[in-house]
Structures are given as C-alpha cells and as structure tokens.
Design a protein around this ligand. Structure first.
Ligand code: FE2
Length: 289
C-alpha cells in the first residue's frame, strides 16, 4: 500500500548523481572547468558538453578560441561577465555582452572564432553543446542571439529571480526555439533561504549546476545539498524543488528531450556514425564548411 505522503514525495525530482567539473584548457589555452563532456560524464543526452569559464585573470582567457570548425550540433554561449567577439566564415560577427546568449546551430558546418573583447577584468559564463537529431545535422547554420534585455526576468517567488533563456516559466517563454530537443535553460538567483519549485517537461533529461552559494535539491529526506561548482543530474520526478542555503545562490537549470541516437564524436564534429565524422574531416579540409 502506498501512503498519500509517499505519493507526494515521488513527484519531486531527486539528485540522481552529483559531480564536480574538472579543470582543463581549450582553444588556445583558455582555462575552464569541464562539467559535462569529460571522463566522469561524457554526455547527458542531448547535452554533449558543459564548460564553465570564470576568472579575473586575463592570462586565463586572453588567448581565446581562434578559428575552429563545428558540425552536427549546437553551441550555446551564455555570458555572465565580460565581452567576447564572435566571427564566422559566413560573414556573421558580433560581440556577446554580459547577460547575452548565443544559441548557434552549426548544422552542416561553419568555421568560427570566439575571442575576448577585453584585455583585463572578469570573464565568466557557460558554454553548452546540444546535440541535433540525424535529420537536422546537415541543416543550414543558424544563430539565435539575444541581448540581455530580450531575456525575460521573472520573480516567481519571494527572493527568487529567474532569467528564461529557453523554456517556459509561469506562462512566459524564453526567446530560444529548438523543437528537436525542446530545451529549458534558466538562470536562477535565490536569496539565502529562498525556495522555488518548477515543473520539468515530461521525459526530459535535466541538470542543475550551482555556480554560487549552495542549494538543497529534492524534498524532505530525499533532499541533497549541492554546492557551488557541483552538477546535479536530476532523476525520478517531474518537479524540481530548490532551496538556497545560508548564502545567496545562483544556478542554471538545463533540460532537454533526449534524442536516443548513436553518437559518433570527434572533437568539434558530432555525428551518428564514424563514417559521417570522417566525411566531416574531408569536407572541412576541402573548404566546404
Ligand atoms: Fe566554437
């Protein structure tokens, strides 16, 4: 027999697993923390990578990410601090400012650079890679880029502020559209002790990455503390319950519909088969990106 109390607790997502990112460097020597995409968590379908970059030291970011290709997936850059210039071989160029997001669908391929537009000061943000289904891997490249003022900022509860980059909160939609994975991407700020609940889309894989403070995730005895620089993969429930600890807390919540397709991955190319990855190398070398 199941008690009513038990039924209620089942509704809440719990922390299925918790992990810390690994320090690494990428591009021309940018120091960053790899949270998804390393040995511990190679991917979380449809997410292929999550990097946090955050430093006050220019030497950690100044070399940037010079020209490199991408094919078969999307790169999502969300800036918290600092300015980054983006430029690709199709003539797209722009500067990402604090609070802006760039959701780039690489599709069949492009070559781009991402270079700091500053010589000092803080640079902080996230890069997320989102896989594309087989039918969209060779689509035309596309950008969804939004300045901070285009990203809805809601106050859904006392002491809680949420920026809706993708997905829906209390009837407000974020600006990003991607039907293939139907993503949710929220930047959540909780005052110390503040609490918020959010209904996750059914069947999505979801994670919370705390980047300041600490939060308890889950309900009652199932709640687990997640500290800054820890990732919680959510499991077993459709409502996220988040409660900040003794400090003001910030976290991102990201969720997406899993693609459940084979992943053949090599560096900046993510396809379904090894042969398609080899074709990507050939096409890139022949200048077809
Ligand atoms: Fe890139």
């Amino acid at each position: 027999m199941t008690t009513a109390t038990h039924d209620v607790s089942l509704r809440y997502a719990r922390v299925g697993r918790k992990l810390r990112g690994q320090p690494t460097s990428d591009g021309a020597g940018v120091r960053l923390t790899r949270v998804i995409g390393g040995a511990e968590l190679p991917d979380l379908d449809p997410f292929l990578l999550l990097d946090e970059f955050g430093t006050d030291r220019a030497e950690d970011y100044i070399a940037g990410f010079p020209e490199h290709p991408h094919r078969g997936f999307e790169t999502v850059t969300y800036m918290l601090d600092g300015r980054m210039r983006h430029k690709d071989n199709h003539g797209n160029e722009g500067v990402l400012v604090p609070g802006s997001v760039q959701w780039m669908t690489a599709g069949r391929g492009l070559v781009h650079s991402e270079m700091p537009e500053q010589h000092e000061g803080r640079m902080r943000g996230f890069q997320l890679w989102v896989n594309l289904p087989a039918r969209d891997k060779m689509t035309d490249p596309r950008y969804q880029e939004f300045a901070p003022e285009r990203i809805p900022l809601l106050q859904p509860a006392d002491g809680v502020a949420v920026k809706v980059i993708a997905g829906r909160v209390d009837g407000t939609d974020g600006p990003i559209a991607q039907p293939a994975t139907d993503p949710v991407y929220l930047d959540i700020a909780l005052d110390a002790g503040a609490q918020w609940q959010y209904a996750l889309p059914e069947g999505h894989n979801a994670f919370v990455y705390v980047y300041e403070g600490a939060a308890a995730i889950g309900d009652g005895v199932d709640a687990r503390e997640v500290e800054a620089q820890e990732l919680a993969v959510l499991a077993g429930g459709e409502v996220l319950k988040l409660r900040a600890g003794a400090a003001d807390t910030r976290a991102i919540l990201v969720a997406g519909r899993p693609l459940r397709e084979p992943v053949a991955r090599y560096g900046p190319f993510v396809m379904n088969t090894k042969q398609e990855v080899m074709q990507a190398f050939v096409d890139f070398q022949e200048g077809k990106f």
